[in-house]
Design a protein around this ligand. Structure first.
Ligand code: ADP
Ligand code: MG
Ligand code: ZN
Length: 482
């Protein structure tokens, strides 16, 4: 049976570290990259007699994520102990949420290439603590517990994804929302945003789900597609040859691009979950839930608004992938509209995706600490709209503005841009002048070289004196065959 006769089913579990200053149940710092085992205390080490107390900001961040993803925020949730043995977990259990998580339902919405969006249902979001880290070295393995107790939200998706591409788009969209919310830094490589992919296949038309395999160790968007595609092919081959899929956890080997069996999959009852006796149920008041605010824009609303303002869909999407760009785009547009209330966002989008993107690429600027203001960018637009500078000159001014923060008018003066130096514009004028004066061209070609001044003069007149004379001379000479 060919692969097309099987339908892949994928559900993602995402662990996102919350960007709190301190850990979820103690006051230890969450800062990354410190000396091993220096950010620890009796609570996060799990020493007997220590007592956890819940970090309010972690709860707020979980609620913020839940609100942005359209979840039902639960006014009562319960922490549970998930018992297992592993060197990076000295307590012997992880404090998590099991039966009663903080958020239920919700969805991740992804933009589609052809326009529009598609939403994928979430099961839940729960709060939990991260474990430490095993560091494998030559002389053996060591444990660093600095990460133990870092707050996490686990975002569990329903098994509704149908391809590796869908899974990767879902993951990108989810990551972007969490980054926008300021609750997570979205770093797959460093593991502050981690994804386990559950993959099964079933015959098309079947309504029962196939046996799933859980894939771990996927730390890039490319790897998620690779791992899932490999796993789909492996399972289909297995079923075709009369075998069956075993429920297990498999590790993705990103060097070989294959998945490898790690351990048989544990069931929930293997963990002997029970309510955490040292923490009361988490009760959220209506006031608290209402006080958790979302940013002005989320990726999709920002992209939609830009599109509504005349920005092509693909460009709107590119801008919306960067929250700083979105803020800047709307700020610039607002400034431009002070002068021209009917202005659309196209010029702004081009400025940000052109010169600004180039400057960012060259690492010439830092958008977190820009030297320029939105009002200055709008000034460049006005200078161009007034015809003081050409569009080419505007790009030059923008590039300089982004780099230095100097006033646009000053840049125009310093660089002598207040004239038409744009070759395209000059050429159009030159062509028109030449077309109007065929007899002078003949005389020129016959030897009356001083007619060049006549042509330059005509073009200058046409350009209201703003043409760049050197450029005009050069252009005319070329056109006249010199
Ligand atoms: P856990 O992995 O912790 O045991 P669950 O059993 O609730 O938790 O499943 C977690 C994830 O597995 C969810 O994202 C869900 O969508 C996905 N999943 C469940 N069954 C299947 C299946 N048959 N095929 C693919 N994914 C599945
Ligand atoms: Mg799982
Ligand atoms: Zn601690």
């Amino acid at each position: 049976m060919p692969i097309a006769d099987f339908e892949p089913v994928i559900g993602l579990e995402v662990h996102a570290q919350l960007l709190t200053q301190t850990k979820i149940f103690c006051g230890c710092s969450t800062s990354f990259g410190q000396e091993p085992n220096t950010q620890v205390c009796p609570v996060c080490l799990g020493l007997p007699g220590s007592l956890p107390s819940l970090n309010r900001t972690a709860v707020e961040f979980a609620v913020r994520a839940g609100k942005a993803l359209g979840c039902r925020i639960q006014d009562r949730s319960v922490f549970s102990r998930k018992n297992y043995f592993y060197p990076d977990l000295p307590k012997g259990y992880q404090i998590s949420q099991f039966e009663l998580p903080i958020c239920l339902g919700g969805e991740v919405t992804v933009p589609l290439d052809g326009g529009g969006t598609k939403s994928f249902a979430l099961t839940r979001i729960h709060l939990e603590e991260d474990a430490g880290k095993n560091v494998h070295g030559e002389g053996g393995s060591e444990v660093d517990l600095n990460r133990a107790g870092t707050p996490l939200i686990e975002i569990v998706g329903e098994p509704v994804l149908r391809s590796a591409d869908e899974a990767s788009e879902y993951l990108k969209a989810l990551r972007l929302v969490l980054v926008y919310l300021g609750v997570n830094d979205g770093n797959l490589e460093e593991g502050s945003f981690r994804c386990d992919a559950n993959v099964s296949v079933r015959k098309r038309g079947a309504d029962k789900l196939g046996t799933r395999v859980e894939l771990k160790n996927i730390n890039s968007f490319r790897f998620i597609r690779q791992a899932i595609d490999f796993e789909i092919a492996r399972q289909v081959e297995l079923l075709e040859s009369g075998g069956r899929v075993v429920q297990e956890t498999r590790l993705f080997d990103n060097e070989k691009g294959v998945t490898r069996s790690m351990r048989s999959k544990e069931e929930a009852n293997d963990y002997r979950y029970f309510p955490e006796p040292d923490l009361p149920p988490l009760v959220l008041t209506r006031e608290f839930i209402d006080s958790v605010k979302l940013p002005a824009w989320l990726p999709l609303t920002a992209a939609a608004e830009l599109e509504k303002n005349g920005v092509p869909a693909a460009d709107a999407r590119t801008i919306s992938a960067d929250q700083a760009l979105v803020t800047l785009a709307f700020d610039v547009l607002a400034e431009i509209r002070k002068a021209d209330p009917a202005a659309d966002a196209k010029w702004t989008a081009n400025a940000l995706l052109g010169e600004l993107a180039r400057a960012l690429n060259d690492k010439a600027i830092d958008l977190a600490h820009p030297k320029f203001t939105a009002a200055q960018v709008a000034e460049v637009s006005a200078l161009q709209a007034k015809g003081t500078i050409s569009s080419t000159a505007a790009r030059t001014v923008l590039a300089e503005l982004f780099r230095t923060g100097a006033s646009p008018a000053q840049i125009v003066a310093d660089k002598g841009l207040a004239q038409v130096s744009d070759t395209g514009a000059l050429e159009a004028v030159v062509d028109a002048i030449l077309a109007k004066n065929p007899s002078q061209i003949e005389s020129y070609k016959a030897g009356k070289k001083n007619l060049l001044a006549f042509f330059v003069g005509q073009a200058m007149k046409e350009l209201k004196g703003k043409g760049n004379p050197a450029e005009l001379n050069k252009l005319l000479k070329a056109k006249l065959g010199e």
